[in-house]
Structure formats: structure tokens, C-alpha cells
Design a protein around this ligand. Structure first.
Ligand SMILES: Nc1ncnc2c1ncn2[C@@H]1O[C@H](COP(=O)(O)OP(=O)(O)OP(=O)(O)O)[C@@H](O)[C@H]1O
Ligand SMILES: Cc1ncsc1CCO
Length: 533
């Protein structure tokens, strides 16, 4: 059975090294077990082997890979590839040049090359290889490194150029270079990767427009007493992490978040709050903490002036809305829309009483909200879905994830707004003409549900962020990540003994993350638990 190289799965890329095989096993046995455990591609790398031995062992391993329908790649030796009719070759920077190899192997064979910097990645693109091995990510016992490990940051930099169409056009300088990418170059990271760091390697190694396709490993499988179990465990981790990072939306969000947090502090948007009487002080403090500028006002006479302030935005929070309050909300919305400003709605307590339902109905009729955010009960009521489980301003009880997405999508499609449903897990959806983006977030500490106004102050952050960025979906996601990751870090300071001491620690951590982001330190974002849906 021949293997179509266009559909090869690079997720668990096994590289052999017979010197690492445990005494109780053999290389063939380790590879067999690895394939059974889920290895998706095998590279035979036997630097020390004589040609005859290399071919002998290659035949046995090729039999295994053929049976499993996965490719066998040969390290460096074109003659061995030809002798075995293997599926491809992997070469280093000092080995035979790619055009010569391609001439001998033809278009159907897989050619991979090791790259360790941006120039080599650009060259790999020009040479039209099928995949690159990016490394070494970490120090490794299986190879004497000539260069220092690049870390996941180095992998990201390479992924920034590897499949960048704009770069491709620039490098072609207006001419057709004949090598224009017809397809994506696949990529695996290599060097010191194992079961315990594979997830973070994949999650940290991304750029907004590209991601890894797998990890290449040697010792953690070849040297394992139980190669089947070792591979199975690695595969589960890798598949889950790749699923997340293949989502362009997630990559865009993660790549943008630190920048957005810094930019909010640097541009200091004005956040006009028409909010409830319970949370005014908390909301004002939280707004200041991210570097934005709050003002609480219900005075219709000054709305036009406020709306004209550069980078202004309006938050309407229905928490203690009266009938007279409704008219003020409407006046506020009109003043801000007149200046083309963003308005965010937090329909606090929607569904709790007939009065709130009426107020909400009229606000939605005027519409135009950049973002609508609320807890499950509130968003369910706003979506017009029967059975919202509420008690006053609290949401009680939870539907299945599927049902929650259904509700959020309904509100997002009827209003055109970005919709965020909060809770232990947060659901974020936006429908626009081009596409629908849907994400599930799992950060946040339980103490957020033990204090009043945790949703309301998140509304302040969402409003500040959406004042600064055209893409209100990413702005909302960034504000949510900042807030929920800060809540986790707050508790980890060791200074939190309950909900009371949690609040100041939360404010401190939001401030801290904002400072880190302004210093271009984005390491905090690797805590993000965000999933495609
Ligand atoms: N059990 C939990 N574990 C982790 N995070 C939570 C939990 N409950 C809520 N959160 C987080 O708390 C924030 C507020 O969400 P929540 O749904 O509690 O808002 P709310 O009910 O509108 O709050 P309030 O009405 O008090 O302002 C969100 O960021 C959410 O992710
Ligand atoms: C407790 C409460 N009541 C009206 S608004 C509010 C703040 C939390 O939503």
C-alpha cells in the first residue's frame, strides 16, 4: 500500500537510536510497540550502522510501518531510501542539498530537513520540503548540540515565517518563483521532548498564523521499558494539545492577549459606567487597575461630553435598574452610538422579575451592543430561552455545555453582538458575515463565585478592552483571560484565606499581570485553558 504524503500525520514522530534500547528489548520490538501505542511516523536514524546492517534493520522496520500504514523516513542516506523504497528522507543542514535529493526521489517521496533558525526555515520553504524538524528545543542526551537550545520561543519565531504567505509574496519580489507554496510545510519540534513537556511545547510554540503538527521524540520511547505505554501516553497529550493549537482563533487570541493588556494600559480608555449601586467602587478600582479611566454617571446632560472623550466606551449594567433608569440607559446608548463608540451590556438579573425582562427587552430592541456578557441565567433570559435558572441576580444550576453554546449562539446570532456567558466555565461566541468563532474557557478560581460583583467588574474590563480594539471577540477573550488567570494567581500567593482577602489579592494580580505585559513578558498566558468548540 503506498502512502499519500499529503495526508501524513506528524503528531507522534518517532526517531530511532539503537544505543538507547533497554537490554530486555530490541530496536524492532521498541518500534513495534511504539506503533501499537500510536506513533504516526518513524525515522530510522542509525548514525553508527554499517550500510548492510542499516538496510537489514530498515527492512524489518519498514515491514512494521507498512503494515500500520505509516511512513518510514530514513535519516540522511539517499541510498538506503532507494534500497528500501522507504517513504522519505530526513536531512540536516550539512547533508546533501534538497534539489539534488528531490531529483533522485521524485515528487511523491517525503523530504524533511532540520532547521534551527529563521534563515534555514525560509530556505526550507524555497526548497519546497514537506516538513521541517525544528530544534533543538531543549538540551538532549541523544545528540551533541552544536547550537544552544532555542526554547519554545525560538520555535515560535520559526513558525512565524515558515508558512507565511505574505513573506512568500515579498520574497518572490513580484516574480513567480515557481516555488509558491501550494500547501503548508508541516513541522515537528525536536530536542528533549517527552511526555511531561510535550503539552507545553505545543501550547507555547505557536504564532498567530501557524502551529506545530507534532513532536519528534527519541529516548522517551526508544529508551522506555514499556514503549507501548510510553507512546500511548504521549499520543494522548499531543493530540489534545494539537487540537487546541490548530484553532486559528485560539492562536490569534493567545498571541494578542499580552499585547492587548499592555495596550489598554498604554492607551487608557475612558469607561463610562452606568452600573448598579452594589459594585461601583469595586468596578472603578478594577478599571483603574488595568490602566483605564472610570467614571460613574447617570446624568443624561453630560453623556454627549463623555462620549466625545477619545477611546471612550459605555457599560450598561442592569443590576439595580429602575424604570427611570431605562430611559437613561437609552440616552447613554444613543450618545455613544452617535460618536461611533462601543457599548457593552451586562443584563444583571435578567429573568429575575417582569420589570427586568421589560427593561432588557427594550435595551435589546435598541441593540447595537459590541458585547453582551452575563451569567448563565442572564444570558439564557436575554436569548429568550425558557427555563433560565435564576434567583435574583444569581444564576443557579447549569445546563450541559452543548445547551449553553446553543443559547449563547442564539443570542449572538440574533443580536450580532459578541456574547460571553460566565460561570465555572465561560462560553464566548461571535457570529459575523465571514465566520463564527466559539471558545470555551476553563480558568478562574472558585472564590470568584463567593464574592459579589465578580461578573460586574469583569464587565468593566471587557468594556475597557473593547474600547481599544476593533475585534471585540478577541478583546473580550483577552479581558477574561487576564481576569480569571489573575484570580488563580491571587490564591497562589498564599496571602488569601477566603473570599475577603481574595479581593485585594485579585486586584494586585491584575495589576501585576498588566505590569508584566507592559514589560513584554507574556509567560503568564501559558496558563490559559481555552478550547475550541
Ligand atoms: N466556580 C467557579 N470557578 C472558577 N471561576 C468562576 C466560577 N464561577 C464564576 N467564575 C468566574 O467568575 C467570573 C464571574 O462569573 P459569574 O458567572 O460568577 O458572574 P456573575 O454571576 O454575573 O457575578 P455577579 O453578578 O456577582 O457580578 C467569570 O470570570 C467566571 O469565569
Ligand atoms: C447583589 C446585587 N444586587 C443587584 S446588582 C448586585 C451585584 C451583583 O450582581
Amino acid at each position: 500500500m503506498s502512502i499519500d504524503k499529503k495526508v501524513v500525520d506528524y503528531s507522534v514522530y518517532l526517531v530511532t537510536d539503537s544505543s538507547l534500547v533497554p537490554e530486555s528489548s530490541s530496536l524492532v520490538r521498541q518500534v513495534e510497540e511504539a506503533i501499537r501505542g500510536g506513533a504516526t511516523i518513524v525515522q530510522l536514524r542509525e548514525k553508527e550502522a554499517e550500510t548492510r546492517d542499516f538496510i537489514e534493520i530498515g527492512k524489518k522496520i519498514h515491514e512494521l510501518t507498512r503494515k500500520a500504514g505509516i511512513p518510514l523516513i530514513i535519516n540522511d542516506r539517499l541510498d538506503v531510501v532507494l534500497a528500501l523504497d522507504a517513504e522519505g528522507i530526513h536531512v540536516g543542514q550539512d547533508d546533501m542539498d534538497i534539489p539534488t535529493i528531490r531529483k533522485h526521489l521524485g515528487p511523491e517521496k517525503i523530504i524533511g530537513v532540520s532547521v534551527s533558525n529563521i534563515e534555514e526555515a525560509r530556505q526550507a520553504r524555497v526548497d519546497d520540503v514537506d516538513y521541517v524538524g525544528i530544534g533543538a528545543v531543549f538540551g538532549t542526551q541523544t545528540k551533541n548540540l552544536k547550537k544552544s537550545p532555542m526554547g519554545t520561543g525560538g520555535v515560535s519565531e520559526i513558525l512565524m515565517v515558515l508558512n507565511d504567505d505574505e513573506e512568500e509574496e515579498q520574497s518572490a519580489s513580484g516574480e513567480t518563483n515557481g516555488n509558491k507554496l501550494a500547501r503548508r510545510i508541516q513541522s515537528v519540534a525536536i530536542g528533549g521532548i517527552n511526555q511531561s513537556n510535550a503539552e507545553s511545547v505545543i501550547k507555547e510554540s505557536f504564532s498567530a498564523h501557524d502551529h506545530l503538527d507534532g513532536v519528534a521524540v527519541v529516548s522517551c520511547i526508544i529508551g522506555a521499558e514499556d514503549a507501548f505505554k510510553a507512546t500511548k501516553q504521549l499520543k494522548e497529550t499531543v493530540v489534545e494539545a494539537l487540537d487546541i493549537m490548530k484553532s486559528r482563533t485560539i492562536r490569534e487570541l493567545l498571541a494578542a492577549t499580552t499585547y492587548m493588556v499592555a495596550a489598554v494600559a498604554e492607551t487608557s480608555p475612558f469607561v463610562h459606567h452606568m452600573t448598579n449601586t452594589v459594585v461601583t467602587n469595586f468596578s472603578a478600582n478594577m478599571t483603574i487597575t488595568v490602566g483605564a479611566s472610570p467614571a460613574m454617571s447617570e446624568c443624561v446632560e453630560e453623556f454627549d461630553d463623555f462620549a466625545k472623550i477619545p477611546n471612550s466606551s459605555l457599560l450598561i449594567n442592569m443590576g439595580t435598574a429602575t424604570f427611570e433608569g431605562l430611559a437613561r440607559f437609552q440616552a447613554g446608548m444613543k450618545a455613544y452610538y452617535k460618536q461611533n463608540r462601543r457599548v457593552v451590556l451586562d443584563p444583571v438579573g435578567a429573568g429575575a422579575s417582569q420589570h427586568r425582562k421589560n427593561v432588557l427587552q427594550q435595551l435589546l430592541e435598541l441593540g447595537g451592543f459590541a458585547v453582551i456578557k452575563g451569567n448563565e441565567g442572564e444570558i439564557t433570559a436575554a436569548a429568550g430561552v425558557e427555563g433560565a435558572k435564576v434567583r435574583g441576580v444569581d444564576s443557579v444550576g447549569s445546563e450541559s455545555i452543548e445547551k449553553r453554546f446553543e443559547i449563547v449562539e442564539k443570542l449572538a446570532s440574533t443580536t450580532g453582538s459578541v456574547v460571553l456567558m460566565t460561570g465555572e466555565e465561560d462560553v464566548l461566541v461571535h457570529h459575523d458575515k465571514k465566520n463564527t468563532r466559539k471558545l470555551l474557557f476553563r480558568n478562574g478560581h472558585e472564590y470568584l463565585s463567593k464574592i459579589t460583583g465578580s461578573g460586574c467588574v469583569l464587565g468593566s474590563l471587557v468594556t475597557a478592552f473593547s474600547a481599544c480594539f476593533e475585534d471585540a471577540f478577541l478583546a473580550t477573550g483577552a479581558a477574561l483571560l487576564l481576569y480569571t488567570i489573575a484570580s488563580e494567581r491571587a490564591v497562589e500567593t498564599g496571602r488569601v484565606h477566603g473570599p475577603g482577602s481574595f479581593v485585594p489579592a485579585l486586584i494586585d494580580q491584575i495589576y501585576q499581570i498588566s505590569q508584566e505585559s507592559q514589560n513584554r513578558d507574556s509567560s503568564w498566558i501559558s496558563r490559559a485553558k481555552v478550547y475550541p468548540y
